[in-house]
Design a protein around this ligand. Sequence first.
Ligand code: URA
Length: 433
Amino acid sequence: MRAVDIIEKKRNGNKLTEDEIKFMVDGFTKGDTVMDYQMSAFNMAVYFRGMDDEEATWMTKAMLHSGDILDLSMIKGVKVDKHSTGGVGDKTSLVVAPLVASLGIKFAKMSGRGLGHTGGTLDKLESIPGYNISISQQDFIDQVNRIGIALIGQTKSLVPADKKLYALRDVTATVESIPLIASSIMSKKLASGADVISLDVKVGSGAFMKDLDQATKLAELMVSIGKMCGKKMSAELTNMDEPLGLAVGNSLEVIEAIDTLNGHGPKDFTELCMEVSAELILDSGLAKSHSEALALAHKQIENKEALHKFVELVEAQGGDGSYVLNPDKFTKAKYVKEVVSNQDGYVTKIDALAIGHAAMYLGGGRAKMDDVIDHAVGIVLNKKVGDYVRKGEPLAYIHSNKEDISLESKCVFDAYKLGKDKIEPKLILKVVK
Ligand code: URA
């Protein structure tokens, strides 16, 4: 086989075989038979010609087998995992994981750190003093068997093909290809070994996928890949035309997750946590219908079992559980400043990406992999889409450790769009199963 023939075949719009795809992925990962410039051309051919579900599944499998696959067979019971394509203010895992684990479902999640406006799940958890994200694979498995839940960092040996391929796509304008995104995400999800997977595909200005059509195609492809690999799959398409919940920033988001576990979370965030939990409960076989699963999810909040499972998780991984029971203990930023409205009107849109950028400029996210995160800083929205605001009223509060926040204030102010008519925001746009 020769890389050039495979590139030409895809460039001409033909379907590749499993062996051809495996040849490209293996040869590129090892760096011997497929050179960077050939893989770049291959990615561009896929970008323009696409892949069908079968080809995308072969691509996923080839990437999956490029490194370690977690063997979770030592964990008893149904293992579940969730993934979000990344949104501003998304702390869903911090609520969903302890909630489903409190029902006896095994939640074993490995997260990547990644770059972003605010930190990822791992950075959020690390705002709890002592929380350790790097435990050994054996301890990870033992912990899930003992308390039903573990949330740790991805090991370096998980899907090395993706790391190399993503770095190449990033500099060759081939990130936005649905089969390449789907195989990248699904190879990592499948390598983590869960039986049931829930995907949250964000749609809108603050997300990777800007429109519902494209997001639906991505969700359908990922669900199809997962099913072809024997997994129970569901995907929610959710609106990212405003940040999720009110808090954006690491410890601020953990505090909001704790409020939600106490039953006092923001409406949109609570709704998403309940929906994702219900899908996982249903697919794990603990309920016969979606409404029964939803009722179970609500019960775990009301009886505080989800909250206590979160305390158990934090303590099992070396963290101080008293922070969860008393969130006032979290270190606060030095300054809290208001961003006020200069007119009356209904909030019609909040540019999530702009709010994310403001949080990053405050020090809450990383622009480079080695940037150090300030866990205390961020933004708390006072008004969401659909709310009425009067001139002089705060739109949001900026939590900062520096005095001059003119750039961040402008970002937040500009992110808000006001109009005369009230909009009813819709969070869950579609479910794909
Ligand atoms: N997230 C991933 O993990 N991979 C992609 O290709 C895009 C988003």
